[in-house]
Structures are given as structure tokens and as C-alpha cells.
Design a binder for this molecule. Structure first.
Ligand SMILES: NC(=O)c1ccc[n+]([C@@H]2O[C@H](COP(=O)([O-])OP(=O)(O)OC[C@H]3O[C@@H](n4cnc5c(N)ncnc54)[C@H](OP(=O)(O)O)[C@@H]3O)[C@@H](O)[C@H]2O)c1
Length: 216
């Protein structure tokens, strides 16, 4: 391991977030996780702190950000996001708190069908978003509002958006790379590994890219 870092993780108990947290701990880093129900989190260890918090009513962000190097959000709740832009609400509070606490780096996991600001979805992605993935429209609207907020109002922080495309039953198939136009349906594990690597990648700052498997 290089130097030990501290990650503040939102959505740490979720399918991507749990894989991310386990990987960061395996790599020797510290994780401060925000969980709705800390009791149900099945990871533990001296480098893991779990704080109870329900978004968008997240508690003491300034306190959570103390001594943090990287913030990563893998939050999502399709039912709640149909009624409320919960991720946007927390990101709008998080970014100023990061400024106050001198924390620079933030990776946010959105979806491949969420439209980045100033760009269009390909006709195929647009069609998928409005047909088979129609019930997730609230999540995409929320993700799109987060991306607009970051692009318009967070130029001082080193934010990165990963527009992930996930096969919920998929197995690890290799290493994902960043791409403006191509995507792969990836496993949660591979998305988590991509997030872990990409949050440390300065070439990814201020991008809202997709991810695709590297050719062997
Ligand atoms: N799953 C996919 O196929 C897919 C594909 C592309 C993109 N994405 C995007 O990637 C992100 C993460 O996806 P995922 O499938 O890993 O998510 P997930 O398994 O549904 O996990 C979501 C996480 O958010 C937490 N959460 C939900 N509502 C919360 C609230 N009100 N306050 C605090 N925490 C809350 C959950 O906590 P609990 O454990 O307490 O529920 C969990 O830790 C989502 O934004 C999604 O849009 C997902």
C-alpha cells in the first residue's frame, strides 16, 4: 500500500458501496461509512467507522469530513428518488462542507442512462432510458441534477462522475476504463474497483464518463 488514506463513503451498505468499502479496507485504507442502519452492515474492522445517517437528513457533514481524503457516493434509492432528489440535496450540502473542511476529491456514481450536462445521450441510450429503464427515471433526474450542480457550482473541487452501467447478476470480467461513448454492463465488483482507482486519477477530474471493459 502507498500512504493510508481516509474515504468518506455514502451508500457503503449497497451493492457497489459494500464492494468498494471492502476493497478500500483490503488495500489498507480507512473508511468512514454513512449507513441508514449500521447494525445491518456486515463489514467490520479497526479501519472502518460506521455513522448512522439518512439522506437527505445527513447529520454533521463537517464532522464526517474531518481528516478525509476522498468522498465517494454510491447512494441510490429508486423509490425515494421518484419523489425526491435526495442525492442532489445531499451533494448541495456536501460540496460547501468539503470547501470548509479543505477536502478536494469527490467521486459520484450515477447511471449510464443519466445525461451529462452539455451532452446528448446516444439514440440507443435515450431509447433504453425511456422504455425498459423508465421506472428509474427519478434516479436519472436526480443524477442529472447532481451533474449540473457539480458542473455549474463546484469548480473548486476535484469531482468525478462515473456513469456506471451494471449487470446486477454479472461476474467480474476484467478491468474497466473510462470512456466518453462506449459502455459495458459491468459487475458491482468491477464498478467498485473502477471507482477506487478513478477517485485517485487526476485525468478524470470534471468528467461524467461511462466505463467499458479494457480489451484483453
Ligand atoms: N444497480 C444498478 O443496476 C445500477 C446501474 C447503474 C447505475 N447505478 C447507480 O449507482 C448507484 C448505486 O447503485 P447500487 O445498485 O450499488 O445501489 P444499492 O445497492 O441500491 O445501494 C444504495 C445505497 O444507498 C443507501 N441508501 C438508500 N437510501 C438512503 C437514504 N435515504 N439515506 C442513506 N442511505 C441510503 C442504501 O442503504 P441501505 O443499505 O440502508 O438500503 C445503500 O447503501 C445508484 O445511484 C444507481 O443509480 C446502479
Amino acid at each position: 500500500m502507498n500512504q493510508q488514506k481516509t474515504f468518506l463513503v455514502f451508500g457503503a451498505t449497497g451493492q457497489t458501496g459494500r464492494q468498494f468499502t471492502a476493497l478500500a479496507l483490503r488495500e489498507g485504507h480507512k473508511v468512514r461509512a454513512v449507513a441508514r442502519d449500521p447494525e445491518k452492515f456486515d463489514l467490520a474492522g479497526p479501519d472502518l467507522e460506521v455513522h448512522q445517517g439518512v439522506v437527505p437528513h445527513v447529520i454533521d457533514l463537517d464532522g464526517l469530513l474531518q481528516d478525509v481524503d476522498f468522498v465517494v457516493s454510491m447512494l441510490g434509492n429508486a423509490a425515494q428518488q421518484r419523489k425526491q432528489a435526495m442525492n442532489t440535496a445531499v451533494v448541495r450540502e456536501l460540496v460547501p462542507a468539503m470547501g470548509r473542511q479543505g477536502v478536494k476529491r469527490f467521486l459520484y456514481q450515477a447511471g449510464g442512462l443519466s445525461k451529462p450536462p452539455g451532452r446528448r445521450l446516444s439514440p440507443l441510450l435515450w431509447m433504453l432510458k425511456h422504455t425498459v429503464a423508465r421506472e428509474l427515471i427519478g434516479q436519472h433526474k436526480d443524477n442529472e441534477a447532481v451533474m449540473r450542480f457539480l458542473a455549474d457550482s463546484a469548480c473548486d473541487i476535484e469531482w468525478i462522475v462515473h456513469r456506471a452501467s451494471i449487470n446486477p447478476n454479472g461476474r467480474s470480467k476484467g478491468v474497466l476504463r473510462r470512456s466518453e461513448r462506449s459502455l459495458s454492463l459491468a459487475s458491482f465488483e468491477d464498478c467498485a474497483e473502477y471507482n477506487f482507482r478513478t477517485v485517485m486519477d487526476s485525468t478524470a477530474f470534471h468528467t461524467c464518463d461511462l466505463s467499458v471493459y479494457r480489451k484483453a
